[in-house]
Design a binder for this molecule. Structure first.
Ligand SMILES: [Zn+2]
Length: 419
């Protein structure tokens, strides 16, 4: 990881813009290159300053030309204008093949040609950027081959602050933040906030980090701290690792992730487990069982295993009376064979709330609830799912957490340092 800088987005854009203009100027001052081979500098990939070393090469020792691979261009299209013979180009392609196949070069990717700054002005290296992080360096003299490398990255702390006027991602964009920050935020609050119910006036103040490679952001922004006002409620999220990986906690040290209840009925026994090959007692044939059956007396309350919104409250001949709940972007649950339903579509339910009563409507031999669980739209056996822990801050981490939380709160409230 490189140095950590901290400044406002708009200032960053401004300076990078200036630097980009400067860089384009520099490239055009290189001179002595055949103007036809000279491509414009890559837009949007400005350098903070002309680097001494780049791609493992002492950059300042060379005159550098650069461009982007155009559609249909191969290595020979790029190297022959630089004066390389067809035989040499074939040799370069052949000897690099075990490490990197030049046929996998793609249009739109940047390249550089480094010429010796002596009287010979011969090309010494060809560099191709494979993706935002990885590059390949081809020496243009024998012995040929290729060397693969990875660019150094910078972690930059940024901040986004605003009030929702339209939609979160639009208001984030307006504040100068990437729209993808909305997704990062939604995953932080996946268990506590229904992002489809954000409203005008909700306020966000977020400090997040982003990885930059050569001045270009890559990957998703990562929330460090978020002060979020939703429907008049203050919902702070502080990032902290108490040895179980990075997690988000509120000011009381409670995890923002909520665990599901283990079962949808309090006193029950499992009468049939999730099973891809089960003999169905009513249908009298093999039929996959995509749920877990909990047997309980008729009329026993069935409870929601987590907070969510009712998406179905209906009757079918197979399911009987049933209810389906969406908990967040990832998880949904369904409860079948009810004697009676207690919620309607669109209703918000809390974990533990009664949503119906045990019965044997539909294809059922006796009173039970068939509990079904979806992960990303696919039915899974919830008893086999490894749910991430959502433990509150443990005693031996409280002091550490308090210190981190205070620092993060001051960073938001008074512009203090995040680290
Ligand atoms: Zn079942």
């Amino acid at each position: 990881m490189g140095e950590t800088r901290s400044f406002w987005n708009d200032m960053r854009g401004f300076w990078l813009g200036l630097l980009a203009v400067g860089l384009i100027g520099t490239i055009y001052q290189c001179g002595n290159l055949n103007p036809e081979t000279r491509a414009p500098a890559i837009q949007g990939a400005p350098e903070p300053q002309a680097p001494k070393e780049r791609f493992g090469i002492i950059w300042s020792d060379f005159l550098v030309d650069s461009g982007e691979v155009k559609s249909g261009q191969s290595l020979s299209h790029l190297l022959s204008p630089a004066g390389l013979a067809a035989g040499a180009i074939a040799n370069i392609a052949e000897s690099s093949k075990p490490t990197y196949d030049v046929r996998s070069m793609r249009a739109g990717q940047p390249w550089w040609l480094a010429y010796r700054e002596d009287s010979s002005q011969t090309p010494a290296f060809f560099i191709y950027q494979r993706n935002p992080m990885d590059y390949a360096v081809f020496p243009l003299d024998s012995p040929y081959g290729v060397k693969l490398g990875t660019l150094p990255t910078d972690t930059v702390i940024e901040r986004a602050k605003g009030i929702i006027q339209e939609a979160l991602y639009l208001d984030l964009e307006r504040s100068g933040a990437p729209t993808s920050l909305a997704l990062s935020m939604a995953s932080v609050y996946a268990w506590t906030v229904d992002f489809s119910r954000l409203q005008k006036g909700d306020a966000f103040d977020i400090i997040y980090e982003r990885t930059y490679v050569a001045g270009k952001p890559t990957g998703m922004p990562r929330v460090i701290v978020c002060h979020f006002e939703h429907r008049g409620q203050s919902l702070p999220a502080y990032r902290f690792d108490q040895g179980e990986g990075l997690d988000y906690f509120d000011s009381e040290g409670q995890s923002l992730r909520k665990a599901f209840l283990k079962a949808p009925v309090e006193f029950s026994r499992i009468s049939s487990r999730y099973n891809m090959k089960r003999f169905h007692p009513v249908l009298n044939r093999m039929k996959a069982h995509y749920g877990t059956d909990y047997a309980a007396p008729s009329g026993t309350p069935i409870i929601a295993v987590g907070d969510g919104v009712v998406t179905k409250s209906a009757y079918t001949s197979g399911n009987g009376k049933y209810v389906k709940i969406r908990h967040n972007e990832t998880y949904e649950t369904q409860y079948l064979h009810m004697s009676r339903r207690a919620v309607h579509v669109g209703e918000r339910v809390r974990q533990g709330q009664t949503i119906g009563y045990v019965g044997s409507t539909g294809l059922a031999t006796g009173p039970h609830v068939c509990f079904r669980f979806w992960k990303n739209g696919k039915q899974v056996d919830h008893l086999r799912e490894a749910f991430p822990p959502s433990t509150p801050i443990k005693d031996d981490h409280i002091a550490d957490f308090e210190e981190t939380m205070t620092r993060l709160r001051l960073a938001i409230e008074e512009g203090g340092e995040v680290r």
